[in-house]
Design a protein around this ligand. Sequence first.
Ligand code: HEC
Length: 128
Amino acid sequence: MRQVAVGILASILISSAALAQDAALGEKVFIKCKVCHQVGETAKNAVGPELNGIIGRKSGSVETYTYSPAMKSAGLTWAEDSLSEYLKNPKQKVPGNKMAFVGLSKPDDIANVIAYLKQFDASGKKTP
Ligand code: HEC
């Protein structure tokens, strides 16, 4: 009986953890992006554009960055769903874009990295 209760409790904990977005875990996922992207108050364009305020930002809209024609004309506004799709499979979401990244295969990694990025407003200030 006790084992059953423990099992149920464990599965509740696991399923709620899977749904939650965790910005701290997302910061670790962002290590993969950091090769090419910066965020924060000192963020600059690198191989890829800076990602401040990315949720709500129009795709291909950083004036100082030279996008591919595909990203320039993608016509997306980055929201959690469109960004999830892009991070899962960049080449499928925006065919012909020049982000040389295979994508994130784990849904948790995608949710967490979005939670991390969401903390930065357009000026790169981190909001809790
Ligand atoms: C190898 C370098 C590289 C890696 C790694 C990489 N990116 Fe990119 N990313 C780019 C480039 C280059 C572009 C511009 C694409 C274009 O213009 O076609 C881009 C574009 C983007 C855009 C669209 C930005 C805009 O202004 O519309 C987002 C969002 C993005 N990347 C997020 C990420 C995230 C999050 C990760 C990590 C999970 C990541 N990228 C990993 C190179 C990279």
